[in-house]
Design a protein around this ligand. Structure first.
Ligand code: TRP
Length: 352
């Protein structure tokens, strides 16, 4: 028996620059795995981005370079990780078509990630009525694009086309990877053992809350600090951060729980003892919001400054980045084509 290889694959939708939520949720894991994996792939998921941006191709196209820059600036090594563009690997689309038969529409409609994202995007699925008033023209009914509903299927293809078995993702993506494992399992049971199980790797820090204390940091919610933010932007955002609305005067005792500044200090401040002291002081009273916010600005600046500087440097030569993606895509395509040949054999559709 061959020893099992560790093959890592992750991806981002190119719909905007990446933020600290991505950094904590998956980028750090990607970088750690890149060093030890037998093979690593990073995919810019433009096809997936189009599932809810079909009418906005410029946005998707422009952000391909942005997310590549974010990852490289954060430390991704393109000699270790094959970086590629999803739409330029048509084998993924082909595998998606085969996989569509291995999951039901009902399963997709029940997927918790899909349900949450549909709500965020104002999509409604079949059978779901949003109003009792039939004259209300503002209400959209059954408006979810088929491609969006089916993105877990294409994501299964993204991963399995490369036989990846380790996938670093934010924990909001876990149900999508579960669906991918259902699909891979079904494939094996119908056509013979071809695919390994996929292991999801989430961050131990969990999900980063938004600046407003909202459940998650997200571009669409407008509560994010970007890896490319200037020091001034970081300052402005931290100073407006949600703390404890009842903590009005410095002398007042304040709440640490639910306080976004402390949530971020817990994750990013390496001096844990100092943070513990600050928390105790804050709870007792006598520690002002501005003091803890200033500390957080410094901490975040020390994380972001090197990324921002490297990003600015790399951004001077976009042609070099596109060349790197082109080479990565060629390499990725070869791997996917090998898998597809095996898939066709297993499915008995290898005619010629
Ligand atoms: N759905 C992922 C996200 O929104 C992006 C993605 C696409 C992905 N294909 C992938 C992540 C394959 C991991 C593996 O963040």
């Amino acid at each position: 028996m061959q020893e099992k290889k560790t093959i890592v694959l992750t991806g981002d939708r190119p719909t905007g620059r990446l933020h600290l939520g991505h950094y904590v949720g998956s980028i750090q894991n990607r970088l750690a795995l890149e060093a030890t994996a037998d093979k690593a792939f990073y995919m810019i998921a433009d096809v997936q981005a189009l599932t809810d941006n079909a009418d906005n191709p410029e946005k998707v196209r422009n952000n391909v370079l942005e997310v590549a820059l974010d990852n490289l600036a954060a430390g991704m090594d393109p000699t270790k990780t094959t970086m590629f563009i999803q739409s330029e690997v048509p084998e993924i689309a082909e595998l998606t078509i085969f996989f569509l038969n291995l999951i039901t529409v009902a399963k997709l409609e029940q997927n918790p990630t899909i349900k949450t994202e549909m709500k965020e995007k104002g999509f409604v699925m079949s059978g779901e009525d949003t109003t009792a008033d039939p004259t209300d023209k503002t209400v959209k009914i059954r408006n979810v694009p088929a491609g969006f509903l089916c993105y877990p299927v294409s994501q299964a293809a993204d991963i399995l086309a490369f036989r990846a078995n380790k996938v670093p993702v934010g924990n909001d993506q876990l149900p999508v990877l579960e669906a991918a494992n259902d699909i891979g399992g079904k494939f094996n049971s119908f056509y013979g053992d071809v695919f390994d199980r996929i292991e999801a790797l989430t961050s131990s820090a969990g999900r980063l809350v938004g600046l407003d204390g909202g459940a998650k940091m997200s571009k669409s919610l407008g509560n994010a600090i970007y890896l490319s933010d200037s020091k001034e932007e970081i300052e402005k955002k931290v100073m407006a951060m949600y703390t404890d609305p009842a903590h009005i005067r410095v002398e007042d005792p304040g709440k640490v729980e639910g306080n976004v500044v402390f949530a971020y200090l817990d994750i990013f401040d390496i001096d844990k003892a100092a943070v513990a002291d600050l928390k105790a002081q804050y709870e007792k009273g006598g520690l002002g919001d501005v003091t803890i916010k200033r500390r957080l600005v410094d901490v975040l600046e020390s994380v972001i400054a090197p990324i921002r500087e490297k990003r600015e440097d790399l951004a001077k030569n976009p042609e070099a980045i596109m060349e790197l993606l082109k080479n990565g895509t060629e390499k990725a395509r070869k791997t996917a084509a090998e898998t597809l040949a095996e898939v066709r054999r297993a499915m008995k559709i290898d005619y010629f």
